[in-house]
Design a protein around this ligand. Structure first.
Ligand code: ZN
Length: 177
């Protein structure tokens, strides 16, 4: 059984090998700094990529103690960004879309649990989608199967940008949960 410090070493090694990766907290600090320094009309669209849950899913396995703890940490980081948006007075005019790129399953490699992606199993392809902002009723639920392409469609619609005909995807139906 590997101990916690070996897991940590594995995580840092993974990040070191992927030099474009950085910790969520650092990204959120930069995002906050950026938002605070902007006038309202300077931000039309902001894409934020937080990778710590993905790293934890791959390094420790999905649904593991470390993974669930990281989701709590992510929740806190999202809360920090939302608070900054509120402080700027933009919350009534901001649409926030959250999703992830993939799910995963666990496997044992060299005696250690890791998470793997790829393939078409339900656990690998089903991900969450969360949307809040103007026009989105609290406690409403998105109906039916979606592709994560819908995020682009929601963003384009919210920005009032015409969606090209060949972009063959429809806005989701929502209902009250
Ligand atoms: Zn991944």
């Amino acid at each position: 059984m590997k101990n916690e410090s070996e897991s940590r070493k594995r995580e840092l090694k993974s990040r070191y090998e992927n030099k474009n990766s950085c910790f969520d907290e650092d990204v959120v600090n930069k995002v906050n700094e950026f938002i605070r320094g902007c006038e309202s009309n300077e931000i039309k669209f902001l894409f934020i990529h937080l990778t710590d849950c993905d790293e934890h899913g791959h390094n420790y396995g999905y649904g593991t103690k470390q993974y669930l703890k990281q989701i709590q940490s992510l929740d806190k980081q999202i809360g920090i960004i939302m608070r900054t948006i509120k402080e700027k007075g933009w919350i009534e005019d901001s649409l926030v879309i959250m999703t992830t790129d993939h799910g995963g399953v666990n496997k044992i490699k060299d005696g250690t649990t890791i998470g793997v992606q790829g393939g078409n199993s339900e656990d690998k392809i089903n991900v969450f989608l969360s949307v809040c902002g103007p026009g989105i009723l609290a406690a409403s639920k998105i109906e039916g199967d979606l592709s994560n392409l819908v995020c682009a469609l929601i963003a384009l619609s919210a920005l009032g940008i015409e969606v090209l005909k060949y972009f063959d995807i429809k806005l989701p139906q929502i209902s009250l949960a």
